[in-house]
Design a protein around this ligand. Structure first.
Ligand code: GRF
Length: 196
C-alpha cells in the first residue's frame, strides 16, 4: 500500500509513520509528501529520507485550496500511485476535488477525543473546558471538518499544572503511536476497499 502524506508543519506524525515502516510495524511505503508551505519541516524530513516531495501553489486563501490547486494535488497523488492519503498536520480544509478523486481513502488525525473539541487548538479547548482527559482521534475525512467516521482513539490524561504546550506534547506522543497502528489495521483488514 502506497501512502501519500500531506502536511503543513513539523511533520512529527510523518516521522512516526516512517519509523513504523522502517521497524516493520507498518507494511506500507510512502510514495510522496506534499505540503502547501515550502518552508515546512515535513519537507526537510522527507528530503532527508529520500522521499519525493511536492510543494503546492499557495493560492489566494489561507485556510483552503482553490479547486484548481486541489485538482493539481489529486493529480500529483495519482502520478505517484498513491492508494491511501494521510493528512498529518495539513492546515487546509479540503473542499471537494480531492475527496472526489480519493473517496473514502483519506485519513486525518485530530488532537482530541472527537466529537469533542473540533477545530483549532483542540488541546487548548480541552484545557479551558476543565475536563480530566482528552486524547487523539484518527478518522476518515469527509466534507464536514473533523466529522468523518472514527477509526481509532487514544486517551491522554490532563494533569494538574498542564500548560497548552505540555498537554499538546503528551497528545502528540499518543498520536505517534496511534496513527501507524490504525493505518496498519486498515491495511490488514483492507477496510478502505470494503467499506468505501
Ligand atoms: C497534530 O497534533 C495533529 O493532531 C494535527 O496537527 C498536528 C500535526 O503535527 N492535525 P505534526 O506536523 O505531525 O508534528
Amino acid at each position: 500500500v502506497r501512502l501519500g502524506i500531506l502536511g503543513s508543519g513539523r511533520g512529527s506524525n510523518f516521522a512516526a509513520i516512517l519509523d513504523a515502516i522502517a521497524t516493520g510495524r507498518l507494511s506500507a511505503s510512502i510514495s510522496v509528501v506534499l505540503s502547501d508551505r515550502e518552508d515546512a519541516r515535513i519537507l526537510e524530513l522527507a528530503r532527508s529520507a529520500k522521499i519525493p516531495t511536492v510543494v503546492l501553489p499557495k493560492g489566494r486563501y489561507r485556510t483552503w485550496l482553490e479547486p484548481h490547486i486541489e485538482e493539481e494535488l489529486a493529480r500529483s497523488l495519482r502520478r505517484f500511485g498513491v492508494d491511501l492519503v494521510v493528512l498529518a498536520g495539513f492546515l487546509r480544509v479540503l473542499k471537494g476535488p480531492l475527496l472526489a478523486a480519493y473517496p473514502g481513502k483519506i485519513l486525518n488525525i485530530h488532537p482530541s477525543l472527537l466529537p469533542a473539541f473540533k477545530g483549532k487548538e483542540a488541546w487548548k479547548q480541552a484545557l479551558e473546558a476543565g475536563v480530566a482527559e482528552t486524547g487523539c482521534t484518527v478518522h476518515w475525512v469527509e466534507p464536514e471538518v473533523d466529522s468523518g467516521p472514527i477509526l481509532g482513539q487514544a486517551r491522554v490524561p490532563i494533569r494538574p499544572g498542564d500548560t497548552p504546550e505540555s498537554l499538546h506534547a503528551r497528545i502528540q506522543e499518543a498520536e505517534h503511536r496511534l496513527y501507524p497502528e490504525v493505518i496498519q489495521r486498515l491495511i490488514e483488514q483492507k477496510l478502505w476497499r470494503e467499506i468505501h
